[in-house]
Design a protein around this ligand. Structure first.
Ligand SMILES: Cc1ncc(COP(=O)(O)O)c(C=O)c1O
Length: 466
């Protein structure tokens, strides 16, 4: 039953409705303030008790008390000791902030088979991680209880440096390694340490969208440089923008086309960088997944003059949710990068670092990569077999976790993406990854994170509708 309220002005006939969503105290504050500002509640009127008003609006007493405190704090009401709360004699003229928008929080949608960036971690890997994380939670190191090195733990950097020397030919010592929250943070740190808005940089064309967006968003002057069968065309870059201050490249496995930067181009790129005093930002995101023959060594190992900033990630090898990657920087840049890192997110998660250190040190990582490589190769083969269609030209990649199914230049790859998704195949269009108009059309398709048969079924459903 509606309660009888003790107020001087009768505003009960126009009792406002509170919006269904959002904090109750704010909603009541806004409703009462509206009554006061519109004159329906007059200066000197006594407000109902918080118990009365809470019952009337069906909210908690605490919310009503908080709303009254806000009215008093903003000068719309006065609390008189022992007598209650009254509308202020002089109501202030304050602009009311716009109604807060209640945005429905939505979980990211689960990726469909064929989506890029899905983890290769299997049950064995997860079980070992569970055990390592549990151990570090049960016997926590003193490190977790205070602030740490912005470069990441020395023990982990020792492991990463040893791995990079042995597996990728990267010439580095642990002091050059900086642990990051994935490649994306590494790129951001590199850009902020090396460049300023307006600086000219080269990117590959087509390019990894997250890198291009970062460069453009930071105000860099981006020159897209064409990629052909040998990787980035260094002479085109020199012809277009010889004075560029940096270049972003994916030499092991160009994203998205999948070509490997040839040795001649590697040497040409390093030569230009030395002459121009430019930096090469080398994103070596998926080189661990090589299915035939040895990989070419990283550019960083060929350079020898401190012109390369090398980026790697555990997103591809382990899982993106782990948010671990690394930068290898020339010594001259180390302090600059670390200062920026300290001022942004201070240092990496020490708990996760300790688990990862043991995972690397005890040989679990190399065993995991061997298992993952085998599974991913089986998924690649199943996908390739399922993609048989006159309309698709598939080059079987010898490396990485995705392939490109090329289409005729007259096809609409964006429309085909929608068609694929409708049958549960989560592919990406190639043409939007180019900086401008292109006659290249294709579908970029991932083959990690799903069982071969699940992936093949999704691909077959798509091909059947072509
Ligand atoms: C070219 C490229 N670099 C790096 C990454 C990994 O990014 P991160 O380490 O920030 O997860 C990806 C992921 O899709 C990628 O495609």
């Amino acid at each position: 039953m509606m309660q009888k309220l003790r107020t001087n002005s009768d505003w009960s006939a126009s009792t406002p409705m509170l919006p269904a969503k959002g904090p109750r105290r704010l909603a009541l504050y806004r409703a009462l303030r509206g009554l006061i500002e519109s004159g329906q509640m007059k200066p000197g009127d006594k407000l109902p008790t918080t118990r009365d008003i809470a019952g009337r609006f069906g909210i908690s007493r605490g919310a009503a008390v908080a709303a009254y405190e806000m009215l008093v704090a903003d000068g719309f009401a006065e609390a008189r000791v022992g007598a209650g709360t009254y509308v202020a004699e002089a109501v202030p003229l304050l602009p009311l902030a716009p109604e807060p928008q209640v945005i429905e929080a939505r979980e990211a949608q689960a990726p469909l088979p064929g989506a890029l960036g899905c983890s290769t971690a299997d049950e064995t890997t997860l079980r070992i991680f569970r055990m390592l994380m549990n151990r570090h939670l049960t016997q926590p190191s003193a490190r977790h209880f205070h602030y740490n090195d912005p470069a990441g733990s020395l023990a982990l950097r020792v492991e990463v440096a040893a791995y990079l020397k042995a597996a990728r030919g990267v010439a580095c010592e642990p002091d050059q390694v900086i642990m990051t929250a994935g490649t994306q943070q590494g790129l951001d740190l590199a850009v902020r340490a090396l460049l300023k808005p307006g600086d000219p940089v080269w990117i590959e064309d087509p390019c990894y969208a997250a890198a291009r967006e970062l460069f453009e968003g930071t105000g860099l002057c981006v020159t897209p440089v064409p990629v052909d069968g040998e990787g980035i065309d260094v002479s085109s870059g020199i012809a277009a923008r010889p004075e560029a201050k940096a270049v972003y490249v994916t030499p092991s496995h160009q994203y998205p086309l999948g070509v490997t930067l040839s040795m001649a181009r590697r040497l040409a790129l390093i030569d230009w960088a030395r002459g121009a005093g430019a930096y090469i930002i080398e994103d070596d995101y998926d080189s661990e997944f090589r299915f035939a023959g040895p990989p070419l060594s990283a550019l960083q190992g060929i350079d020898g003059e401190g012109r390369v900033i090398y980026l790697g990630t555990f997103s591809k090898t382990l899982l993106p949710g782990f948010r671990f990657g690394y930068l290898v920087v020339p010594r001259a840049l180390r302090e600059r990068v670390l200062t920026i890192r300290r001022l942004t997110d201070r240092f990496p998660s020490t708990l996760a670092e300790d688990a990862l250190t043991e995972f690397l040190r005890d040989g679990h990582f190399s065993a995991h990569i061997k298992r993952a490589r085998k599974r991913v190769k089986a998924a690649r083969d199943a996908l390739v077999a399922a993609l048989r269609s006159d309309r698709l030209t598939v080059t079987v990649p010898e490396q990485g976790l995705h392939l490109v199914a090329e289409l005729d230049g007259a096809e609409d790859d964006c429309a085909l993406v929608a068609q694929a998704r409708a049958v549960g195949f989560g592919v990406k269009a190639l043409s939007p990854l180019y900086a401008g108009p292109t006659d290249r059309r294709g579908l970029v398709i991932g083959f990690s994170g799903f069982e071969p048969e699940v992936l093949a079924q999704a691909a077959r459903r798509f091909v059947a509708g072509l």
